[in-house]
Design a protein around this ligand. Sequence first.
Ligand SMILES: [Mg+2]
Length: 447
Amino acid sequence: MTLRTLLLDMNSYFASVEQQLRPELRDRPIAVVPVVADTTCCIAASYEAKKFGIKTGTRVSDAKKMCRGLKIVEARPRLYVETHHRIVEAVESCIPVSTVLSIDEMECRLWDNERTVDDAVRMAKLIKETIRRDIGEFLCCSIGLAPNRLLAKLAADWHKPNGLTVILQEELPQRLLSLPLRAFSGIGSRMEQRLLKAGIKTTPQFCEQTPQQLAKVWGSKLLGEVWWRRLRGEDVVDPPTKRRSVGHSNVLPPQMRNDMDAKAVMLRLLDKAAMRLRRIDYWAGTISLRIDYLDRESWQVQRELSHCQDTTTLVRAAYKLWKEKPSDTPLKVGVTLSNLVSSNNVAQPLFDEDRKLNALSTAMDELKERFGLQVVQFAEMHGTQPLDPKQAPTPDRIAFNHIPDISNAGSKKAASQTSSSKLSSHQLLDQMAALLNSQNATENLEG
Ligand SMILES: [Mg+2]
């Protein structure tokens, strides 16, 4: 009995909710957008629209060219969240949900008596029927059944819409060989590049690697082995982190040895550390600040947090700590995030404030990676010279001293706040919404 997990993925989720609630949209190509504008991107497309090649991230102006009858529908996030809760309830009337992975994706662990193919398939069909009956016939899902989550996700993605795919232990690795590398959740563009560099171009080559060879690609002995074992159907728990902390410190140049500049530098260091935290896909449970002074002994303080990885939550915590510091002449500022846990070991925040903040942070990271560290920053960092001389300042800056509400992602008000900037918050919000909908491919490079 090798089936251990059931993974459910709603198909074209936002678009399907709209088609369920608005009969006039049914059987039509529709694209859900955060705001009705040609410059924005689709955050979901119905299956009828997908036939024309329209998908999450397609620009609305392009989508309209790809399909002339396309109906543009403004997103209603609150409804998608409400529907999500109803779907979880419907699934739970069949089998307990062990992990909610995203707004349209959840995992249910199978118990010993549910692990035969017949029993597991019967359960999957019951779930599909229950969703159709309780929520609506236009809400389809694809379900994957497999020996572990990696393979169950692969199975769920195999047939869409309305798929039901089983991957058995004894079919490994033959069953996987025809898939592209990017089909594996966790292999995003960056990881794919690393695999290509190591000469691994196809899934058969990927499956042939020894744990040691995979360890070289992942830069971690532990992760290399985890991947090797998961590809073989083993149900490996996520490795504990060896990494203890992420932190930065900086000696202030003489002209910046004052409270205001020290605070701006602290924020910049924190921003950098938080970005690093997200890149390695860890969450921090402790934040600490340290200031060395010119004329007095150094000051250090630390606080426990409920695990987080978004810059805004960390900045709020840092602000509170900052108030406690002595007001002498600062010489050196340091920020450390510690008590780290891997993303896989943290319950993902859902849809509320936390989720928005994470999405915002990720969107900011993307912008920074594309346009440089200076492109988006907290208002307090303004006017401070970048501490890394390689990072030349760029003219287009967006100050984020407050967090826009994603439920207002479509509001013109939010967009107009930085209308003079080339990269408007409007565009940022578009990206954010698209990110909210996209799968969080983790590229965990360190163990
Ligand atoms: Mg989906």
